[in-house]
Structures are given as structure tokens and as C-alpha cells.
Design a protein around this ligand. Structure first.
Ligand code: UD1
Length: 427
């Protein structure tokens, strides 16, 4: 199993290019199931979750391929089956995103329930309720969601909780439904707006995506489209936090500063000089130690839960005390015991993590538990004294495009190894 070996103590400096956003590319790939015509997607990150999605679509009969530059091409109108099996869904919860497109275009879908995951229960009841309100007949049995429908009809859908993939699933269902759909308390995440832009490029009629009220006028069919996926704001934020923790100066290119306001505000609060241009962000820490910051995660445009672990890593070596409140997921502090093993002084109290910054972390073998937790541990490794071995980085590979090459390009001493901890020590 691959691991990352990081020698802490070097500053991150230089320029790095953000990849396309995983969380935009995944729903957009699912939305290709709606296209009657060829599709070309550029700026698709090269990641394990993308390969899993292409495998899933291929299994359904929609053959799309990704080239070396990340461009995905194909003609997805050749479906032969309509199911997403447990083996695939358990490796990637976002497989649930094929549910809406399959039901609305083909009237049938059998999708495994994702079940729990490392960061909490993560139910999909709101996806199911929304499709039912649009006329789908849904039964849940044997661990599968079985959905059947003639043509879906529009409906007024009000989410009781803001859900990102729930909004995306119902948006994709609504674009081919008969009549008007209004989605209220919709997720504002920029990735929802990116998906809507792709659907509009295919011929959908959508207004308000990116706000809490999305209005859709259903159409009879959608064509193919050419579309560039938006940049990854979480990957961008991860590099900026790395620069802040190491006292360095990093410019992230090909990114979207407008999608990172809450994160940039916290980075300024921790003492960084942050400048932005139309498609770049530069953070300069001028060799200083960051101040600890308080964080409260919440749906966009507030501070993203997907940046929480990285800021816990920052707070662990910062000057002062930072209180991190996780309000989106109930069990998203799995990185903290690992940070504690590196010497961090963090106390968990329910959904709060109280981080008292220490002067130095010390390297230790640590275990990644989910995607963003892994990113937090890698950042901690960049500043720890000694060699940190981050195990189970398959989580990291799900969502970061070539992270070790990008960090090495900024000056980090980092390499991938498939050896065990014992083998590395004796090598
Ligand atoms: C998406 C992102 C993930 C991010 C999360 C929150 C993708 C592929 N993943 O995950 O990276 O961390 O948004 O920004 O885009 N909920 C319910 N019932 C439902 C659906 C959700 O109760 O039917 C709850 C969840 O348990 C959670 C909250 O709503 O507490 C938000 O979850 P949600 O926005 O759905 O997360 P995902 O879309 O799975």
C-alpha cells in the first residue's frame, strides 16, 4: 500500500497550478448521462474518484475516456444497464450522483445505498424524498435504492438540510422533468453552479444556481456539450495553508479567488499577506509563525468543512489557541488523534476542537482516515521535525491530483513509497 514519506522543515515557495475541481467534475460526469450527443470536458483532474466514475459510467454502457491532459471525451448515449453496485458505491459515495440522471432519462435506477463513512452517517434520505416528490417510485431493500418512473414531473422541493450532492442529484433530475421545479434551501456551493453551467451548455433551462433558490424549467432532451470544469478550491486552499504553516510564499495559478473568500479571510487573520488576481492567489507568510484562528464550518459561502483538517494542522503549530467548530459532519476529527501523536496539543469536546499551538511537531508514522484528514496530516508532516510517514494515502489519491509532485515543486521533501514503516526505517 502506498505511503508518503515527508521530511519536515522546508518552506514552500514558488508557483503551483490548481487542478480541476473533483467535486465539480464528479456531478458533471454523472450529468453526461443526460446528453444526446458527444461530450468533451476539459480541466478534469486525474484522480482515483474520476477513474471510479468513468468505470461506473463504462459499466452502464457510456464509454468516456480521459487523456493525459485530463480531457474527457465520449458519446454517453449507449446505456445497456442502470445500476450502481455496492462494490463501486462503497469506494466512492458520490456514485449516488447517477441516481437522478438515470431516473429522469431512463426511468429506472438501482443504486446501492452508500452507508456510513469515516466522517459520519451521511444519509441520502433527502435525495430519495426529492425524487419521490417528482413522481419516482422508490423502494429501499437489500441495501439498494430501486427507483422507477415514467417521466418525472416538476415539484417544489424544500431541503430541510443543505446538501450538496442532494441538490445536484435533484437538479439533474429536474432538467428533463415535465414542468417547473423549484429547489429551495439549495446548496450554494460553486460546484453546484458549475454543474448548472454544464447542464445549461447542454440545453437545460436553469436560473438561480449558486443561490438558495434554483428554478428549473424541464426540457424534452439535452444535447452534447464542450465544457471546462472549474478549478479546485480545496486543493488551492491546501497549498495556501501549507505556505502559511511553513512561513513561505506560494502563488496558486489557474484558480478562482472568488470561491475562497472565507478561507482567505482566515489566512489573513493568521497573519499572511494574501493577494489575488483574476485567476491566481498569492500568499506570503514572510517567514513568520501563523497566529491560531477560530474556525466554524458551515455550508458555502461560510468556511468549508473540507478545509477543516488543514486548519487544525495549522493551529497545531500556530501562536495561541484556536477553536475549531465542525458543524457539517458529526465525526470529522479523525485526524486529531494522529496530530496528537505528532505532539499537537488539541482537546476534542463534542463538535469542538481546542487547539493550543506548540512550537514544534515531531514526526511520527500516522494513518490517513479520509481524504481531507490525509491532507491535514501531510501539511503537519511538512513542518514536523524528522520524517513523517503517512499511511493509507489511497484516501489522498481519491481527491488530490499528483500532490507529492506539486508539493515537491514548491520545495517540500516528499516521496511516495510502497514500503512498510519498518522497511522504510531500515532502507
Ligand atoms: C459534499 C462534498 C464533500 C463535502 C460536503 C459538505 C461532493 C462529492 N462531496 O458531500 O466533499 O464535505 O459536500 O460540503 O461534492 N444529509 C442528510 N440527508 C441527506 C443528505 C445529506 O441528512 O440526504 C446531511 C449530511 O449527513 C451532512 C449534511 O447533510 O451532515 C451535508 O452533507 P452533504 O452536503 O450532502 O455532503 P455530500 O454532498 O455528501
Amino acid at each position: 500500500m502506498d505511503k508518503l514519506l515527508i521530511t519536515g522543515g522546508t518552506q514552500l515557495n514558488g508557483e503551483v497550478r490548481a487542478s480541476g475541481a473533483k467535486n465539480a467534475a464528479l456531478p458533471i460526469l454523472a450529468a453526461t448521462l443526460l446528453a444526446e450527443g458527444p461530450v468533451t470536458l476539459t480541466n478534469v483532474p486525474r484522480l482515483r474518484d474520476i477513474r471510479t466514475t468513468l468505470d461506473l459510467l463504462g459499466r452502464l454502457g457510456a464509454h468516456l475516456t480521459q487523456d493525459e491532459d485530463g480531457v474527457v471525451r465520449g458519446e454517453p448515449s449507449t446505456l445497456t444497464r442502470f445500476d450502481a453496485p455496492y462494490e463501486l458505491v462503497k469506494t466512492m459515495r458520490a456514485s449516488i450522483l447517477v441516481l437522478g440522471p438515470l431516473v429522469t432519462r431512463y426511468g429506472q435506477a438501482d443504486v446501492s445505498l452508500p452507508g456510513g463513512c469515516a466522517i459520519g452517517a451521511r444519509p441520502v434520505n433527502l435525495h430519495i424524498d426529492g425524487l419521490r416528490a417528482m413522481g419516482a417510485e422508490i423502494t429501499v431493500a437489500g441495501g439498494y435504492i430501486r427507483a422507477r418512473a415514467d417521466r418525472l414531473h416538476g415539484a417544489r422541493l424544500i431541503f430541510e438540510t443543505v446538501t450538496v450532492t442532494g441538490t445536484e442529484n435533484l437538479l439533474m433530475a429536474a432538467v428533463l422533468a415535465r414542468g417547473e421545479t423549484l429547489i429551495e434551501n439549495a446548496a450554494h456551493e460553486p460546484e453546484v453552479a458549475d454543474l448548472a453551467d454544464f447542464l445549461i451548455a447542454m440545453g437545460a433551462r436553469i436560473e438561480g444556481a449558486g443561490t438558495d433558490r434554483i428554478y428549473v424549467q424541464g426540457v424534452d432532451r439535452l444535447g452534447g456539450a464542450k465544457f471546462a470544469v472549474m478549478p479546485d478550491r480545496i486543493e488551492t486552499g491546501t497549498f495556501l495553508v501549507g505556505a502559511a504553516m511553513t512561513g513561505g510564499r506560494v502563488r496558486v495559478l489557474n484558480t478562482r479567488p472568488d470561491c475562497l473568500e472565507a478561507v482567505l479571510q482566515k489566512l489573513r487573520e493568521c497573519g499572511a499577506r494574501v493577494e489575488t488576481g483574476p485567476d491566481w492567489i498569492e500568499l506570503d507568510m514572510q517567514g513568520r509563525r501563523p497566529h491560531a484562528v477560530d474556525i466554524h464550518t458551515a455550508p458555502y459561502p461560510a468556511f468549508p468543512t473540507d478545509m477543516q483538517a488543514q486548519f487544525c494542522a495549522l493551529n497545531s503549530i500556530a501562536d495561541g489557541v484556536g477553536v475549531v467548530a465542525e458543524t457539517v459532519f458529526e465525526n470529522r476529527f479523525m485526524h486529531i488523534p494522529e496530530l496528537q501523536r505528532m505532539g499537537a496539543d488539541i482537546r476534542i469536546d463534542g463538535h469542538l476542537a481546542v487547539c493550543r499551538g506548540v512550537e514544534h511537531l515531531t514526526a511520527a508514522p500516522v494513518m490517513a482516515t479520509d481524504l481531507r484528514a490525509s491532507a491535514g496530516l501531510v501539511l503537519a508532516g511538512l513542518v514536523a521535525q524528522g520524517e513523517t510517514l503517512v499511511d493509507r494515502i489511497y484516501h489522498l489519491d481519491r481527491g488530490y491530483d499528483n500532490i507529492e509532485a506539486k508539493l515537491a515543486g514548491l520545495g517540500a521533501v516528499i516521496r511516495r513509497t510502497s514500503a512498510t514503516a519498518g522497511e522504510v526505517e531500515s532502507a
